[in-house]
Design a protein around this ligand. Structure first.
Ligand code: HEC
Length: 194
């Protein structure tokens, strides 16, 4: 057999593992797109008027989110999510305290899991889960800023004086989703993932 050809074949075989991460990224992306959520039917950006009221660091995290969290699904998936992480940053004790206040002052946030899922460190866990997916390319510094944005944004846009408008927005998405993807809706409902 032609030696040159053999070398070429060996080179291709050796390069295969290098190509694999890319192939895996595709399949995560395919997975993300094949499994829609109500979130995906909402806008994939925030209005400038809302964003400009946010602290500078949160605005920075938002920019990273728009880039990094739109690699497999669109940025609509995190932005229209029911997840709310209580304020308090990395401190568990502070988040627990904020959660207790929310339970007392806003009991409605705990009665409608399709609209609000309030849990300490929920965004922290999700950002880690997403960045650990094969093919994800999210630098740790940006991941931290994205988490901080999501913590701030959830409380700001989905609770307190904005709780009613958030409820209306989210219920509309779930209703549209049930009509558009009845099978997936039933699947998510059964898995308590809606
Ligand atoms: C490598 C591909 C990939 C990247 C990058 C990615 N995701 Fe995802 N995401 C997925 C897949 C696949 C799912 C489907 C559910 C699962 O596998 O967890 C998903 C689901 C989600 C959900 C829905 C969870 C639910 O149960 O409601 C949220 C929210 C989410 N991603 C947020 C993010 C955020 C925030 C980022 C950026 C930090 C991000 N994703 C980046 C692949 C990705």
């Amino acid at each position: 057999m032609n030696r040159k050809w053999l070398f070429a074949a060996a080179a291709v075989l050796m390069a295969a593992p290098l190509l694999a991460p890319n192939a895996r990224a595709m399949s995560e992306k395919e997975k993300a797109l094949a499994s829609p959520y109500p979130n995906d039917l909402g806008p994939d950006s925030l209005p400038e008027s809302v964003l400009k009221t946010y602290p500078a660091e949160a605005q920075e995290g938002y920019k990273f989110l728009r880039k990094r969290c739109a690699e497999c699904h669109t940025a609509a998936r995190p932005l229209n999510s029911r997840f709310v992480e209580p304020s308090g940053g990395i401190s568990d004790a502070k988040q627990e305290a904020a959660l207790a206040v929310m339970k007392k002052d806003q009991p409605e946030l705990f009665k409608n899991p399709q609209v609000w899922e309030v849990s300490t460190k929920i965004w922290n866990r999700y950002v880690k889960r997403m960045m650990n997916k094969p093919g994800a390319n999210i630098p740790p510094k940006e991941a931290k800023a994205i988490w901080e944005f999501l913590e701030y944004d959830g409380v700001a846009r989905k609770t307190g004086k904005n709780a009613a408008s958030w409820k209306e927005h989210r219920e509309k998405l779930v209703k549209e989703f049930a009509a558009k993807y009845p099978k997936r809706y039933a699947e998510l409902k059964a898995a308590n993932d809606l």
